[in-house]
Design a protein around this ligand. Structure first.
Ligand SMILES: C[S@@+](CC[C@H](N)C(=O)[O-])C[C@H]1O[C@@H](n2cnc3c(N)ncnc32)[C@H](O)[C@@H]1O
Length: 249
C-alpha cells in the first residue's frame, strides 16, 4: 500500500490534518504577527490550510513543503481556487533534504511531522535555522498525559521516549535557545474530530470504491489506529502547537 494514498484516503474529510480545531488554528494564527509581505515557511504543509489562513490574515508570502503527491495536488488546487497562487508556492519534496534559505523567514512552522528529523528537539533546531533572528518558530507535537501504559506502547508501536510530557516539550525549546511564547493544546473534542473523520473518510471511500484492491489494507490500518486511539490515546496522548521565538542575533 502506498502510504501517501492511505493518508489521502483517511484524511479526505480534513482540511486541517492535525488535531487542532479550526477555531484554535485561527487563534494561533492571530498571535503570529507578521510584517506585510512577511515570509512563511511551512514544513509538511499538508493541504496548505495553515499557509492559506496565515498568508490571508497577515498579507504574507508562503512556501509549503510536502512529500505527498496527493496533498501537494490538493494544496495547489485549493490555493488556486482561493486566488492565493501569487502568494503561496508549494514544493513537493522530502523536507529532510530541503535546503531553503537559512535565517530568511519571519515564521517557520511544522504542525505535526517531527518524524522528519527523528524527534522533537532536532525538529526545533531545523526550523530555527530557517527563521530570522526574533522570528517565529511554531511546531506541533504529541505529549504524554501521565505515564503511558505498557499496553499502549505495545499497541501503538511508540517507545516511552518517543515523546516527552508537555513540560518536556517546552523545556526542549528552551534548551535549543528558543524563547517560549505560548502553546495551544487539543482537547478530547478536537482529538475525536481528528481521529473520527479518518474512520468516516475510509467508510465513504469504501462505499465509492468497493473494487479498490487496496481497500482491505486501508481498512486494516484505520481500524488499528481507531482502536489504539479509543483504548489508550484518548486518555494518555496529548498534542499541542508550541509557539517560540528564535533568540535574536
Ligand atoms: C499530520 S500531517 C500535517 C499536515 C499539515 N501540517 C496540517 O497541519 O494540516 C503530516 C504531513 O507531513 C507530510 N510529510 C510526511 N513526511 C514528510 C517528509 N519527509 N517531508 C515532507 N512532508 C512530509 C505528510 O504528507 C502530511 O502532509
Amino acid at each position: 500500500l502506498d502510504i501517501w494514498k492511505y493518508f489521502a484516503v483517511s484524511h479526505a474529510q480534513h482540511e486541517i490534518c492535525n488535531p487542532l480545531s479550526s477555531a484554535k488554528l485561527d487563534e494561533l494564527i492571530g498571535l503570529l504577527e507578521l510584517p506585510d509581505g512577511g515570509r512563511v515557511l511551512d514544513i509538511a504543509c499538508g493541504k496548505a490550510e495553515f499557509l492559506m489562513r496565515t498568508t490571508r490574515r497577515w498579507s504574507a508570502l508562503g512556501t509549503g513543503i510536502d512529500i505527498s503527491p496527493f496533498f501537494v495536488a490538493d494544496a495547489r488546487a485549493r490555493i488556486d481556487s482561493a486566488a492565493l497562487a501569487e502568494q503561496i508556492e508549494i514544493v513537493e519534496a522530502n523536507a529532510a533534504e530541503y535546503e531553503g534559505e537559512p535565517g530568511a523567514f519571519d515564521l517557520v512552522s511544522c504542525l505535526g511531522a517531527s518524524w522528519i528529523w527523528n524527534g522533537w528537539r532536532p525538529t526545533l533546531e531545523a526550523l530555527s535555522r530557517w527563521a530570522r533572528p526574533d522570528g517565529w518558530v511554531v511546531a506541533g507535537e504529541p505529549f504524554w498525559i501521565g505515564e503511558p501504559s505498557s499496553e499502549h506502547l505495545e499497541a501503538s508501536g511508540h517507545k516511552r521516549d518517543s515523546f516527552a510530557d508537555h513540560a518536556g516539550n517546552v523545556r526542549a525549546g528552551l534548551d535549543c535557545g528558543l524563547r517560549f511564547c505560548h502553546a495551544i493544546a487539543s482537547n478530547t473534542d478536537d482529538w475525536d474530530r481528528y481521529e473520527g473523520y479518518q474512520s468516516l473518510s475510509v467508510e465513504n471511500y469504501a462505499l465509492a470504491n468497493p473494487d479498490d484492491p487496496d481497500l482491505a489494507d486501508i481498512r486494516r490500518l484505520v481500524e488499528h489506529a481507531r482502536d489504539v486511539y479509543h483504548r489508550f490515546g484518548r486518555l494518555e496522548f496529548g498534542w499541542a502547537a508550541y509557539v517560540f521565538r528564535k533568540t535574536g542575533a
